[in-house]
Design a protein around this ligand. Structure first.
Ligand SMILES: Cc1cc2nc3c(=O)[nH]c(=O)nc-3n(C[C@H](O)[C@H](O)[C@H](O)COP(=O)(O)O)c2cc1C
Length: 302
């Protein structure tokens, strides 16, 4: 998930029980013309299996970007994003915009599958139901015919963004017609939602999105089949650990800015979150941020 699920966060999720992870989406045009952004593509062996995710508009360009990424990073799969519907990508007529054109989606997958075949890396896709209207069957047919290996479905329309409810029954419909694995996404807030999605849809995998950002312990909960409310101290430890891991591949001050977004998410379930957010957000330098987090950690242990 853009802005959150870099290598550091993914490693922590794997340690907490996630079975596989996806990178943030990366722009194929940027990769072809400017090179790969290390902060987005970087991962360690502990994260495997990992899908590195691309988005774009032009089949040849996406295939070219895929070759670059595969040669340099050797991911377990290349995923193509056809779901993102933020203004910037829609303006570029890419990602979620393409849900209106299932044939082009098929062309993109076919070109990428054929181009990276010699490397033995599968191509997967992340989709929504359609753009203005639900076009799932047509989209799935084109992707499957083009050789996609797995489809992850967030069953909302692109124009709906995150409004309304994810229509899980459409994950079940896709599963019924699909000869390849189907992963369900959408409104998975607790480990019980994960269980329910498996049961109600018959899907092969469940993808935790926003629920994992505010509660990465969701994976541990699912594995252990029990509620686990992480303490305040554990949340602070998580942030300090994440920051330390981020410094491996991200400039120090930048990492400190980025981690603040995750802090806000992790403090959601905590009493006195407004004060905490202020304390963390107001820190003006990396040094100050770390000092404040360390201080909060000590308070817990007092
Ligand atoms: C801030 C944010 C960033 C996201 N970035 C990505 C992304 O880079 N790639 C992707 O496939 N999905 C992305 N998603 C969509 C999620 O993967 C997921 O499909 C969606 O949030 C629905 O699941 P949820 O209700 O469990 O969050 C993003 C969602 C959010 C809220």
């Amino acid at each position: 998930m853009a802005g959150y699920t870099h290598s550091a966060f993914r490693r922590l999720c794997r340690w907490l029980g996630a079975d596989r992870v996806y990178s943030e989406l990366m722009n194929a045009t940027g990769i072809v013309f400017k090179g790969i952004e290390k902060e987005l593509a970087y991962f360690t062996g502990e994260e495997r299996p990992i899908h590195l995710q691309l988005y774009g508009r032009n089949p040849e360009e996406i295939a070219k970007a895929a070759v670059k990424v595969v040669e340099e990073y050797k991911p377990d799969a290349i995923d193509i994003n056809f779901g993102c519907s933020v203004k910037k990508v829609l303006k570029a007529k890419s990602a979620g915009y393409l849900l209106q054109f299932p044939e082009i989606m098929g062309d993109i997958v076919r070109e990428t599958v054929n181009t990276i075949k010699p490397y033995g890396v599968p191509v997967t896709a992340k989709i929504r139901l359609g753009f203005h209207e639900d076009n799932l069957e047509k989209i799935a047919e084109n992707l499957i015919e083009a050789g996609v290996s797995l489809i992850a479905l967030h069953p909302r329309l692109a124009k709906e963004l995150f409004t309304g409810k994810a229509r899980w029954e459409r994950i079940r419909d896709l599963k019924k017609i699909s000869p390849i694995p189907v992963v369900g996404s959408g409104d998975v807030w607790t480990w019980k939602d994960m269980e329910r999605m498996f049961e109600e849809t018959g899907c092969n995998g469940v993808m935790a999105g926003r629920g994992a950002i505010s509660n990465p312990w969701i994976f541990k909960e699912f594995k252990e089949k029990r509620d686990y409310k992480a303490t305040f101290g554990e949340r602070i430890e998580f942030l300090l650990e994440e920051l330390k891991l981020m410094w491996e591949f991200m400039e120090k001050e930048r990492a400190c800015k980025e981690i603040k977004m995750e802090a806000v998410q992790l403090f959601k379930g905590i009493r006195g979150k407004a004060k905490l957010n202020e304390k963390v957000m107001r820190s003006k330098s990396c040094k100050e941020l770390v000092e404040r987090l360390e201080e909060l950690r000590l308070k817990v242990h007092e």
